[in-house]
Design a protein around this ligand. Sequence first.
Ligand code: FAD
Length: 470
Amino acid sequence: MTAFDALADVVGPAACLTDPHDLEPYSLDWRGAYDARPTAVVKPASTAEVQAVVARARDEGLAVVPAGGRTGLCGGAVALSNGPASIVVSLERLNRIRDIDARDFSIVAEAGCVVQAVQQAAADAGRLFPIQWGAQGTAQIGGMLSTNAGGIRTLCWGNARELVLGLEVVLPDGRVLDDLRRVRKDNSGYALRHLFIGAEGTLGIITAAAMRLLPPLRNVETAFIAVPSPDAALSLYGRFRESGADLVAFELAVRHSMELCARYGVDLRMPLPLDAPWYVMAEIAAAHPSVPLRQMMEETLSGAMEAGEVLDAALAESEAQRLGIWKIREDYPECSRHGGPAVNTDTSVPVSAVPTFLSKAIGEVERRWPQGRIVAIGHAGDGNIHFSLQVPEGWEQGRPAWVAATDGFEALVNEIAVSLGGSFSAEHGIGQSKRHAMATHKNPVALDVMRQIKATLDPEGRMNPGKVLP
Ligand SMILES: Cc1cc2nc3c(=O)[nH]c(=O)nc-3n(C[C@H](O)[C@H](O)[C@H](O)COP(=O)(O)OP(=O)(O)OC[C@H]3O[C@@H](n4cnc5c(N)ncnc54)[C@H](O)[C@@H]3O)c2cc1C
């Protein structure tokens, strides 16, 4: 029996791909930075099939690379180009909502459920699944949890990890860790689920998750705001926090990032002219419709305007306008891709250090690479800024030449973030692209413990080799 026969025997020949044309989409990562052809792509449709696939892969001496929606930004869901023979295990067919309980405010979804489908299922049950970001129409629950995704609502409800009540995981040795309970309180020893959240598929394959839901947002106010500086944005953030409403999103963007959206966005309408240096997108919410949120928003903004912290603001007057503001933010990564190759970072600092981080990073980067275009945008309410340097207008030499021309950019920006008490990996994870930064910045004792955990669960190193650990 060939390896193909062994795997096709489990999932059926139609769900075991080996044709080079079929393998192509699973070979290339979203940013186009990594390209490696796996031996096969296998699509199990049940937990039992995932188990059998992992066992067959072990018998055949193949490494296993789990893949969700393949929107990850660190090359985690593609095989290594110089690595061992690997199969990509795509969870796309494992996509049932197993249970939703509105009284319990919980949902049990399989790993291959698209995040947006889970949001919709929650909404249909009169509940809110609060995770929200630009790739939600493609990213899957398994990928979301394996990267511990953040997004624009992290400020209020936390990263993906904070929603998880229980997990079902196929371990590298083929056993199923069934911890799919919906109880909120369980102090019976180590909270094992947290090992797999953010592990990027290096410790096992998540097959299903029980997650918390929230009451729906019945009362929201959203604004697109022009501000003179990150300092002013920080003061505005403080005003919102003190306003009495819940601040559920607070995004900061340099003008160039909004110009990319205006230029390349499809069906995007800028609520304000792009003549300010920085923009904030903010949303406040209240559980009850009677809370005078519009008044709170207007008072906050007018106080900030009088103090010179706000230059101009547009308030969403309808649900369509509110979605229009978030579409700008969510479509930004795609618009930025059209603007040409960029070198990227995913930093976080304490919220109060965002202005210092930006002024240091902008100052240094402008001095060293004056030809590049700085794109800084991020979840400023979490201190998470994606600070990138894009090719100059008219650049035709391609991505590798830009990466070479900006050698040292990522290290410099990470160093500034870390020196301010921050992180070089706020929400996208490590994958392949940030392993070198792990070696530089991660606490050596923490790294040692991580290696011990990996060796215990995956002694043969078959689960997503070459990812996360340096
Ligand atoms: C337009 C755009 C906007 C984005 N915005 C944000 C944002 O605001 N915040 C944010 O945090 N991220 C963001 N991302 C990054 C990305 O969407 C997230 O990391 C997402 O969680 C990845 O989910 P996925 O299903 O696409 O995972 P994949 O890319 O398929 O996989 C990511 C990692 O998880 C592993 N994996 C996937 N499924 C499983 C599983 N079932 N079991 C074990 N391991 C698994 C893979 O091996 C890989 O290491 C954005 C990406 C894009 C393209």
